[in-house]
Design a protein around this ligand. Structure first.
Ligand code: FES
Length: 78
């Protein structure tokens, strides 16, 4: 596993929640695969956000981004 300016190989990307060491990809997966839509649901499911809570706004942004992407996809398909 190594990270380089051209990209990472084998790593999950940056931490979204530094206190609990939860990656952004874990949050995205929880939104997409489990259909979670609130910061509270994400925190309960992934363990993120249980420390200083500074990441709650970032979690909300991931939820918004995933929901926007899913809406565009369903609009394009449907
Ligand atoms: S950064 Fe997530 S709880 Fe502190």
């Amino acid at each position: 596993m190594s990270c380089s300016p051209s990209g990472c190989s084998g790593c999950q990307g940056p931490y979204l929640c530094h206190c609990l060491k939860i990656h952004e990809s874990t949050i995205t997966d929880a939104v997409v695969t489990l259909g979670l839509r609130t910061v509270r649901e994400i925190c309960q499911q992934t363990g993120a956000g249980g420390g200083c809570m500074a990441c709650h706004r970032k979690i909300a942004r991931v939820i918004e981004a995933c929901c926007a992407t899913q809406s565009r996809t369903s609009l394009a398909v449907g």
